[in-house]
Ligand binder design. Structure first.
Ligand SMILES: CC(=O)SCCNC(=O)CCNC(=O)[C@H](O)C(C)(C)COP(=O)(O)OP(=O)(O)OC[C@H]1O[C@@H](n2cnc3c(N)ncnc32)[C@H](O)[C@@H]1OP(=O)(O)O
Ligand SMILES: CC(C)C(=O)C(=O)O
Ligand SMILES: [Mg+2]
Length: 558
């Protein structure tokens, strides 16, 4: 690889940086730029119906600052903003904003799009980095600063001309801030502030984007801390960050930037946006939630949110996307499943002991950082079984899906049966398939010996005498045995027809409550040289246990 063509990103000289010692304790101000940065990155930009669906979703979720478009870009963008205003669709507590380049004719059209809005913000940007000054604009530092200053003057002039008594806000972004010399980024921001004149009740949003993420998140955090320390009128500045995800570290960049002093974060749902995307607002919000901090956004129906975003963007959300992907709460691997099953058991026990409903009890579960139910998911997909799974997963499915609480040694035995199936057939074993495998292995009444009927004949000297009709190799036989209980009497009866079994372990539990209650009996038997488990299910517990013995016998003789 020709790595010599690239150079390392310069660090910031900030030996007394304070951000590494800080912790985020509250949500920042969020701005969704789905309808602008997200939209401009789509193969098929949103129609007005898709834009409206996205806007309404963002409002429902609780976003209070929404960049609704680039009205000078197209008639669709312009008309959508008009629709929001004319149909009075913007709630009182939501501030919409629109983006424009620092070009007078574009600024005029941009401001015109907001006519009649009670509240709105214009967001102006121009690239300030040396490469862009030289290659894209062919201008020097002074001309670059002049573009920002004149752009701000145009915004103010047109706002006065077209916006009447609109509660008007202003945002400026030195695009490519991440690659801009810090002293110059500061100089341009100061010059813009000198025009806007922020003060009490006159905030300015200064948005410092990592337009192309090129540094590690710590360097971006240093840049943000440096700006935060050096900006004048800091108390009137909403210091905003706008991380892109070129290095795959946008979330980390945003989080460290918050520690470094950012008051506000711009991003898109599920990380849509230019190239590798904008920072993912869902991940950022849910990261706060998982630390016990109110994200001030409602993620309780994450699948509904995902569906709407997929419709609007016409792009799928990846199965592994943090918090929202189809597979993110699912474990296939054996040791994870074992830990999760134990975790659920412990959670239930601990909550019961504390007298708190389990859904309200403090969450602590191996491999699941949050309770999937908190984002509207069920536990159905938490454990799925394939060739990587072990007994814990198999036992979990048998218990949650089929109400069978298998004894530990039986879990091991059955998981080997499932493993043989997955090794042979590959792929996943669904709960229904698992039941078929289980039924075929344990619940067939035969083929060697089948139970037809049983009668308790008498109790003699504390012993049970049992009379049983069985089918042996297709022939009906009546057999009798005496023992310490029905199971031992049955085992002795089987011995009279040459079937020798010794019971080593036994367990049973009810399957359901009420008049149609059934029981599951589990019996570990030695049959010849082999030791294996059998299972019987029946409304009568004695029948269930006799069936269990025959299940083991038939498995041994099969
Ligand atoms: C990092 C970001 O996401 S920034 C947002 C980017 N988003 C978009 O561009 C989406 C919407 N944009 C568009 O639809 C179009 O670019 C339009 C309608 C705004 C303008 O289209 P056109 O007038 O055809 O111009 P085009 O986009 O090719 O313009 C590039 C020109 O604008 C200049 N320019 C680019 N950005 C800016 C800026 N922020 N401020 C001032 N001038 C700028 C360029 O230097 C170039 O000038 P030149 O023609 O003198 O060389
Ligand atoms: C317009 C600016 C804020 C932008 O989108 C970027 O720099 O990525
Ligand atoms: Mg951007």
């Amino acid at each position: 690889m020709p790595f010599g063509r690239y150079t390392s990103f310069p660090t910031v000289d900030l030996p007394d940086r304070a951000w590494p010692g800080r912790t985020v304790t509250k949500a920042p101000r969020w701005l969704s730029t789905d309808l602008r940065d997200g939209n401009q990155a789509l193969i098929d930009p949103m129609s007005s119906a898709r834009k409206l669906a996205m806007f309404e979703l963002l409002v429902r979720m609780g976003y209070k600052e929404i960049e609704v478009g680039f009205p000078a870009a197209s008639q669709t963008d312009f008309d959508f903003i008009r629709q929001l205003i004319e149909e009075d669709r913007v709630p009182d507590d939501v501030q919409i904003s629109v983006l424009t380049q620092a070009r007078e004719e574009l600024i005029e059209r941009t401001v015109q799009s907001l006519a009649g809005a009670p509240r709105a913000t214009v967001h102006l940007y121009n690239a300030t980095a040396p490469l862009f000054r030289r290659v894209v604009f062919g201008i020097d530092r002074a001309e670059c600063k002049a573009l920002a200053v004149e752009g701000t003057q145009h915004v103010m002039k047109f706002a006065e001309q077209y916006l009447g008594d609109c509660d008007f806000g202003y945002q400026y972004s030195p695009e490519i801030f991440i690659d801009t010399e810090l002293d110059f980024a500061l100089e341009v921001c100061e010059a813009v502030m000198d025009v806007w004149q922020p003060g009490p009740d006159r905030e300015i949003v200064l948005n410092l984007p990592s337009t192309i993420e090129r540094s590690t998140p710590n360097v971006y955090a240093d840049q943000i801390e440096w700006m935060s320390r050096n900006l004048s009128r800091r108390e009137h500045v909403a210091l905003s960050v706008h991380p892109h995800n070129d290095r795959g570290t946008a979330v980390a960049s945003a989080e460290l930037a918050m520690m470094a002093g950012a008051d506000r974060v711009e991003g898109c749902l599920f990380g849509n946006g230019e190239r590798t995307g904008n920072v993912c607002l869902v991940t950022l919000g849910m990261n706060l939630f998982s630390q016990g901090i109110d994200p001030e956004i409602d993620f309780s129906d994450i699948d509904g949110i995902r569906r709407t975003v997929e419709y609007c963007n016409q792009l799928p959300v990846h199965e592994r996307h943090p918090y929202a992907g189809d597979l993110v709460y699912t474990s296939f691997s054996g040791s994870h499943q074992d830990a999760i099953k134990k975790g659920f058991d412990a959670l239930e026990r601990d909550a019961a002991q504390a007298g708190v409903p389990v859904g309200e009890y403090r969450w602590a579960l191996p491999y699941l950082p949050i309770d999937p139910k908190d984002v509207g998911r069920s536990y159905e997909a938490v454990i799925r079984v394939n060739s990587q799974s072990g007994k814990g997963g198999v036992a979990y499915i048998m218990k949650t899906e089929h109400s069978l609480d298998l004894p530990r040694k039986l879990q091991i035995e059955f998981s080997r049966v499932v493993q043989e199936h997955t090794d042979g057939e590959g792929g996943e074993v669904t709960p229904e398939e698992m039941w078929s495998i289980f039924e075929a292995e344990f619940l067939t009444n035969g083929p060697k010996v089948g139970l037809l009927a049983h009668r308790a004949v008498s109790r003699v000297d504390e012993k049970d005498m049992l009379n049983v009709d069985v089918r042996v190799d297709g022939e009906i036989r009546e057999i009798e045995g005496i023992g310490n209980g029905p199971i031992s009497a049955f085992v002795n009866a089987l011995a009279t027809i040459g079937v020798h079994a010794r019971v080593l372990d036994y367990a049973e539990h009810a399957l359901s409550e009420g008049s149609d209650a059934r029981a599951a009996a589990y019996v570990e038997c030695q049959v010849g040289e082999r030791v294996l488990w059998g299972i019987g299910i029946d409304a009568n517990t004695v029948t269930a246990s006799l069936k269990a013995v025959l299940s083991a016998v038939n498995r041994a003789l099969r």
